[in-house]
Design a protein around this ligand. Sequence first.
Ligand SMILES: Cc1cc2nc3c(=O)[nH]c(=O)nc-3n(C[C@H](O)[C@H](O)[C@H](O)COP(=O)(O)OP(=O)(O)OC[C@H]3O[C@@H](n4cnc5c(N)ncnc54)[C@H](O)[C@@H]3O)c2cc1C
Length: 421
Amino acid sequence: MANEPHLLNTKTMNSIVIIGGGHAAAQLCAGLVEAGQGARVHLVCEEPCEPYHRPPLSKAFLKNPDEAMQPHKAADWYREAGITLHLGDAATAIDRAARTVTLRSGTVLPYERLVLATGTRVRRLAGLPDGLDNVAMLRAVDQARDLRVRLAAAEDVTVLGGGFIGLEVAATAKAMGKTVRVIEVAPRLMGRAVSPELSAHVLATHRAAGIEVVLDAVVDGFAIDGTRLAELNINGKRQPVDLLLLCIGAVPETALAKAAGLDCADGIVVDAHMQTSDPAILAVGDCTRFPDRRAARPLRLESVQNANDQARTAVATLTDAAKPHDVLPWFWSEQGAMRLQMAGLVPAESTPGHVTVRRAAPGANPNAFSLFHYVDNQLVAAESANAPVDHMMSRKLLESGRSPDAAVVADASVPLKNHLA
Ligand SMILES: Cc1cc2nc3c(=O)[nH]c(=O)nc-3n(C[C@H](O)[C@H](O)[C@H](O)COP(=O)(O)OP(=O)(O)OC[C@H]3O[C@@H](n4cnc5c(N)ncnc54)[C@H](O)[C@@H]3O)c2cc1C
């Protein structure tokens, strides 16, 4: 009977249950299948489809009504690998003593090892009710489909939040011929993730493309008319809203972990093996807070690379081949014609001994360059704009621990690969 709890016995107690069906879960499945463990795996996801790639959702997917979502693997692959899928069915509780997970449908799954890969959820604007006709959010493919329809019909788009996803959608909307305004409460764009120099370049590029960008904005009220958001109060002025995209960040999805008594601190706390405070439970991806030798405090990262690499570490832990996680973080964002690629952790502005050098990319494009960040003469991060070769080389340099002299790196006539020799 529906919603009546029942213990699933089709697989024995040696199951690996994965909660979440995003990038980390997809990589976990791939790694466990490669390790010959596919038949142990139950994948539980509240979304009704197999794991798919999220990055296109703020880019090509929005522009083209025929663009399909991109699954990591076809449904057949899971079946052939012996993975049991529980799609469209959220996990609602973990019983750590009994080692079971209860799903919304009433199914109870026993586990030997449990992996939380629950990602993040969109941060809401305080007081703004859900379900307004002209307010969109973007995390999952159903929201992207919805935004695609609303975007096609809108003339004027307001993006609240000047982070990566907001700026990607803003650039996409501009390319579709919309009037676009980005409202950011901080003094610069993408302020938590990139350097002031890169923020300034991105700001200038978007403004040159005709996007209005308001920084240091004070958003202190709104007016609702029926089922629509009519106005936002921005810097003391009432701004009419045609379509609003709420892009003010994401919060880690830790509700299940917290309810189960696992240590959480703006993310599920894991060690270098992706193990939570319960040795039978691991966590991976956007939902985790993890130690990294490059950072003074444990990190929480939201990137495909981080989700994939943490999943690889978790597979090693689950298959008794444990290896501590020690991976260079890197990230990319496509904003219109601009391709941004970051490697390492950009030091905070106030870091003593921090020096930034700019290196032009090969060719004549003045908007193609990299910024190399040094702390006490040690290379710690690099940011590239339209310079994919320099980005790849900077990753190799950072991974190797080499630190060529800053003045030499700034000399674009010397290929970066020479510094690796
Ligand atoms: C529009 C968009 C564009 C992006 N672009 C880029 C980019 O260009 N480059 C980049 O590096 N990163 C990008 N990202 C970020 C990247 O997609 C994430 O870092 C990555 O998806 C994290 O993977 P994850 O598996 O940790 O979480 P997610 O992919 O978020 O997956 C979490 C899954 O868990 C499910 N879930 C949560 N709770 C439960 C529960 N209780 N029961 C069952 N299922 C549950 C969720 O529904 C979701 O399917 C983008 C993200 C978005 C939304």
